[in-house]
Design a protein around this ligand. Structure first.
Ligand code: I3P
Length: 478
């Protein structure tokens, strides 16, 4: 779910924040369901208005303060309640352990992405050899200048992972990430095809490399957050796009899974049929379609997977954000007071992205399932990219797709453009900041600071008035 917040950070599904460590992480995988914390400060609850009120208890969206983003291991933290006793803190050694499963990180600049234009063998051989020489010398210099563990610790301090399966993404160089590839996953091939499609240039992370370590496969891609002045001071949202989130191969997969049954009842205890209850297990297709219906995927062709607000708050669970109203409210909370500026730039970017997709050879010939739109903004800049192509593959028999036709088994349509169309529409209909009644309730740190300053200046002015009054009184007595 959530590519890295590096943000999809990656294909987000559930997440956990360890306050003591000041770290946060996201995971979109099998085992990590969040429970509703017992008590939440009311101002941190998602505001719900109008006809959403009836679902207030269901719409479980929590914003939590996150002091310092860093990386932590989901496996140690994902299965317990936020309000329960403290978890064992992931140590630097533990982080190094995770990193050690990946190809060795390096302070070298990432090697340039492969050139799409055909070159002569001689030319390529020369470039390869020359590239290696340059790389070796840069690497040597960089390592001399900054020891690897120091570099890595620094990098991890600013490390945020949004999407993908837990522990699946780590820093590779100051501007790139390693992403672990699942078995039979065609993501490297998808990225190679994307790099050959000029229409998509700049709309996805740059793809650099495919690597292997201990028989595991990795790709090296751009870390999009590094385009921002301070990646820890960004707001990030991962939106899974498409009306279908499962592969067609799942339709014929009859394997029943207890973990997915458990996840289903955590979301809605009334959902399983009698037979499913007896069995205590369901197929992946059943679970994925249930998730599509419970969220906005089925109706709107996209769903919010995870988000971190500018002020540093982390959104944990959007599984029941389903209607246009739910989505609108969540966007308003996410954009905060930056709404007017961010919304405008986002709409423009999404419209160009839509045009790019309509003109893209890659999209014409591939189904793109479980991919996300990653939105990142800070106080200066707004970015938006397509990420996570783990479930993207060429359509068989030379057929083409339009990404707007409804899915029926065998037609490979994914509803990608249905999602973008609805996203643009909802953003266009968002009220300007200040026009919505809820805006007055948005008491952010900035507003509190402004109120304090105002009170202070009022206090100072009153003191001056009192002094003047006293002086005047003394004068009149004299
Ligand atoms: C997960 C989510 C992931 C999916 C995962 C689901 O559900 O849909 O995208 O992984 O399947 O469990 P949730 O969001 O409710 O946590 P894939 O996209 O790789 O299929 P999995 O359990 O088979 O990993």
């Amino acid at each position: 779910m959530l590519e890295a917040i590096y943000a999809k950070i990656m294909g987000i599904g559930s997440s956990r924040h360890d306050k003591r460590q000041g770290c946060w992480s996201w995971g979109g995988s099998s085992n990590g369901e969040m429970k509703r914390p017992n008590k939440l400060p009311s101002k941190l609850r998602l505001k719900i208005s109008g006809n959403q009120r009836r679902r207030r208890e269901d719409t479980f969206v929590v914003w939590e303060e996150i002091p310092t983003p860093s990386v932590c291991d989901h496996r140690e933290t994902m299965n317990s309640d936020a309000s329960s006793s403290p978890q064992s803190a992931p140590t630097q050694e533990r982080l190094m352990q995770i990193i050690s499963c990946f190809p060795y990180p390096t302070t070298r600049p990432a090697s340039p992405p492969p050139k799409p234009s055909p070159e002569s063998c001689e030319h390529r051989a020369f470039c390869d050899a020359f590239g290696k020489l340059v790389q070796v010398s840069v690497e040597t210099m960089a390592i001399t200048a900054l020891p690897m563990d120091v570099w890595l610790k620094e990098r991890l301090k600013k490390w945020v992972q949004l999407s993908g399966h837990e522990g699946s993404i780590v820093p590779a160089t100051p501007h790139t990430l390693y992403k672990k590839q699942c078995v039979n996953c065609g993501e490297g091939r998808a990225y190679k095809n994307i790099s050959k499609d000029p229409a998509l240039d700049g709309f996805t992370p740059k793809y650099y490399n495919e690597l292997e370590k201990n028989e595991e496969h990795f790709i090296e891609i751009e870390d999009l957050l590094q385009q921002f002045a301070d990646p820890t001071k960004t707001a990030i949202m991962d939106i899974k796009i498409g009306t279908r989130t499962f592969l067609e191969s799942e339709v014929s997969n009859t394997k029943k899974r207890a973990d997915l049954y458990e996840k289903m009842v955590t979301i809605d205890n009334d959902e399983p049929t009698e037979e499913e209850r007896k069995c205590g297990a369901i197929t992946k297709l059943r679970y994925m379609q249930f998730r599509e219906r419970e969220s906005s995927t089925a109706q709107l062709g996209f769903r919010i997977e995870a988000a971190k607000r500018l002020e540093g708050a982390l959104e944990k669970n959007f599984k029941k954000v389903r209607t246009v109203e739910d989505v609108t409210t969540t966007f308003m909370d996410f954009f905060g007071m930056q709404r007017s500026r961010v919304r405008k730039q986002l709409i423009e970017r999404l419209k160009s992205m839509r045009k790019a997709i309509e003109n893209s050879t890659f999209f014409n010939t591939h189904e793109v399932v479980g991919s996300s739109i990653l939105i990142v903004f800070d106080t200066e800049k707004v970015g938006c990219w397509m990420i996570d192509f783990a479930k993207s593959s060429p359509v068989p028999n030379g057929r083409t797709l339009n990404h707007r036709t409804n899915w029926v088994p065998g037609n490979n349509e994914d509803g990608y453009l249905i999602g973008i169309d609805n996203l643009v529409k909802i953003l266009e209909e968002l009220p300007e900041y200040g026009e919505h009644p809820d805006d007055q309730l948005m008491v952010t740190e900035e507003v509190v600071a402004r109120m304090k300053n105002f009170a202070k200046s009022r206090g100072a002015a009153k003191q001056q008035d009192d002094i003047l009054d006293e002086r005047n009184a003394q004068r009149s007595i004299a």
